[in-house]
Write a protein that binds this ligand. Structure first.
Ligand code: NAD
Length: 325
């Protein structure tokens, strides 16, 4: 068991829900402190309520538990952020700066701050977007991620704080529903298909976006956090790729399992966001620096999602309620 005390901020979200058990296995259940604005639907291990905009409350918690690593997952995501841009900016930046500052002042050893493909905008090549492509994001979420990456690098260079970051693509998982992003359709579609319903997609059928199965995203996160610091040449945020697909291609993959499943298309404001993002990502620097390699492709992810959600919806207990879209 590794000797660290881990703080997870925003632990009830899509990524936190899946990451917690992995961290508990690695570090021991007692060494992982999960926090969020509200109690989770199902709690395993140690949990405390924490609003990460509250710098004093965060610092008190970090001191009280002797925290040595922070995973900062709290954020307002791309689609949700567009409904109230100043609120999204304030929340994303204030929580990030609180995390970086408390880490510096309280001697936290390592910090993980996720970025996103949303940090890219219209002046980045959309195919195989390179690591050092220009960042001119179209959403307030993307602006907060681009700024956040640079703040992370600033704390590395100025204070020697060990901040690490990944530009996640859209993440697909069955454990918890996504929190208001532009790639959420790729999760919602499975919930409908598995329940025998058709799906109305908010993106157009040929909108290609980079995606990743949760299992790969978690492995990438933990591998990056374990990598020797001297191997890391990127201190803004690493490009990370799984696979790319369109809603039409995902529908075809799902139809292998449910031949009668069908999708209609009604693009909304999220279409413009999707069109400002890369279609595929060049993650060769992550591969070189810390050996990143994804394990899932479209068909393997589709099989896993259907198998796991079939088990979830097959249950008659309360768990099913928490997965309703
Ligand atoms: P999510 O929206 O599912 O979860 C975020 C969690 O943060 C929620 O449980 C929410 O209650 C909590 N939170 C919000 N404000 C808070 C505050 N002030 N204090 C404490 N907690 C607060 O998000 P997620 O999908 O789990 O994403 C985690 C991180 O990964 C975010 O930084 C997100 O931008 C990034 N990311 C996610 C994806 C994806 O596809 N899920 C893709 C790219 C980047």
């Amino acid at each position: 068991m590794k000797a660290d005390t881990i703080l997870v901020i925003g632990a009830n979200g899509q990524i936190g829900t899946a990451l917690l058990p992995r961290l508990q296995t690695l570090y021991g259940e007692g060494a992982v402190i999960a926090t969020d604005l509200r109690l989770p639907a199902r709690q395993t291990g140690r949990f405390e309520i924490l609003d990460a905009t509250d710098a004093k409350g965060l610092a008190e918690l970090v001191r009280r538990h002797g925290i040595t690593q922070i995973y900062h997952l709290a954020a307002v995501l791309s689609a949700k952020g567009e409904a109230d841009p100043l609120w999204a900016w304030n929340l994303n930046m204030q929580t990030l700066l609180n995390v970086l500052e408390v880490s510096r002042t309280e001697g936290v050893k390592k910090v993980f701050i996720p970025s996103s493909i949303a940090a890219f905008g219209e002046h980045a090549p959309q195919t195989d977007t390179p690591q050092n492509a220009y960042l001119d994001p179209a959403t307030v979420y993307g602006i907060s991620k681009a700024a956040g990456e640079n703040w992370g690098q600033y704390y590395v260079k100025r204070y020697g704080l060990d901040v690490r970051s990944l530009r996640y693509p859209g993440i697909i998982s069955y454990e918890a529903l996504p929190g208001g992003g532009t790639t959420d359709y790729a999760v919602a579609i499975f919930h409908e298909a598995v329940q025998g319903r058709n799906y109305e997609c908010f993106l157009a059928e040929n909108t290609r976006l980079p995606m990743m199965y949760m299992d790969d995203a978690l492995r990438a996160t933990l591998e990056l956090m374990e990598a020797p610091a001297g191997q890391l040449t990127v201190r803004t945020s690493y490009n990370l790729a799984g696979f790319s697909f369109t809603p039409a291609e995902l529908t075809t993959a799902i139809r292998h399992h449910f031949p009668d499943f069908s999708v209609t298309y009604k693009p909304d404001f999220r279409q413009a966001i999707a069109e400002s993002w890369p279609r595929s990502i060049d993650d060769s620097v992550a591969r070189q620096d810390w050996g990143w390699k994804p394990a899932y492709d479209l068909n393997r992810m589709t099989y896993e999602m259907i198998a796991n959600l079939t088990a979830v919806y097959g249950r008659t207990d309360k768990v099913v309620e928490t997965f309703k879209v």
